[in-house]
Design a protein around this ligand. Structure first.
Ligand code: A3P
Length: 278
């Protein structure tokens, strides 16, 4: 193309017509929730030829907003006009400024939220931190105030799980119809059905299906037979699907009681039953 005006012009026309890949701002986001299964969802979505997604978490709307839309667009992979640009940054769901910023950039943004039982989610979050730290206090000592029965609602792994509160904030900026709520639990037991919902929501042909998955009994999770990056069967990395430490069942029940009204409210807002109300 360089040094050849004719070719350059042709290239520009092809680009304008969307026939040459070019970087675009995302039109769909996986906004969370942390430890809900966001990596699995993104990796599964990338099986679709009409999806192009940034590989790592971009953190534009929370950490890098000041850098502007030009910076953001350049973090995206090149796409054809027929393809959807996406990214996932799980902290978006719980960061207060994010909904307003997303709406300002694109009021038609499609928003995908993967949720998981908030108690298991908190334990998963704790397990992740513990894997990187020595001398981590016990989960039970962090979840309750000074050895009492009172839930420490300021502890971030517990705060994140109050999904109804975070969603209410988002609903001030976006209608419910622009959200898709994915069950993190169903994404594990029936990835095909959950991915069918995601593809429908994004207006895509159902390309991701049974033939893409196998259940890896050693890992205990669905894994991929092949993907764009790897032609051979593979699972997500070791840091996805960690085994959790033993937690006192009394503490778990107390947390279930704490979350029950918030979960009920979340079910009401979404019109969905996620099966956590035990
Ligand atoms: P655990 O490691 O606690 O089991 P995120 O990608 O949002 O951080 O979520 C991580 C969680 O995704 C894991 O939490 C795991 O339960 C869940 N997950 C869902 N599908 C998975 C899959 N196919 N392989 C591995 N983990 C998966």
């Amino acid at each position: 193309i360089k040094g050849n005006a004719g070719s350059l012009r042709k290239y520009q026309i092809l680009r304008q017509q969307g026939l040459m890949p070019s970087k675009q701002l995302p039109t769909a986001l996986i906004i969370g929730v942390k430890k809900g299964g966001t990596r699995a969802l993104l990796e599964f979505l990338r099986l679709h030829p009409a999806i192009r997604a940034a590989g790592s978490e971009v953190h534009f709307f929370d950490h890098h907003y000041i850098k502007g839309f030009h910076w953001y667009r350049h973090r995206m992979p090149p796409t054809l006009s027929t393809q959807i640009t996406m990214e996932k940054t799980p902290s978006y769901f719980v960061t207060s400024e994010v909904p307003r910023r997303v709406q300002r950039m694109n009021p038609a943004m499609k928003l995908i939220l993967v949720v998981r039982d908030p108690v298991t989610r908190a334990i998963s979050d704790y397990t992740q931190v513990k894997s990187k730290r020595t001398n981590m206090p016990k989960f039970e000592d962090l979840a309750f105030l000074n050895g009492s029965k009172i839930v420490d609602t300021t502890w971030v792994p517990l705060k994140i799980g109050v999904y109804a509160r975070h969603l209410e904030r988002w609903l001030q900026y976006f209608p419910l119809s622009q959200f898709l709520f994915v069950s993190g639990e169903r994404l594990i037991v029936d990835p095909v059905a959950e991915m069918a919902r995601v593809q429908d929501f994004l207006g895509l042909k159902r390309v991701i299906c049974e033939k893409h998955f196998y259940f890896n009994a050693t890992k205990g999770f669905p894994c991929l037979l092949k993907s764009e990056e790897r032609p051979t069967p593979h699972c997500l990395g070791k840091n996805k699907g960690r085994s959790h430490p033993y937690i006192d069942p009394v503490a778990i029940q107390r947390l279930r009681d704490f979350y029950r009204p918030f979960n009920q409210r979340f079910y009401q807002l979404t019109g969905m039953d996620f099966g956590w109300l035990t």
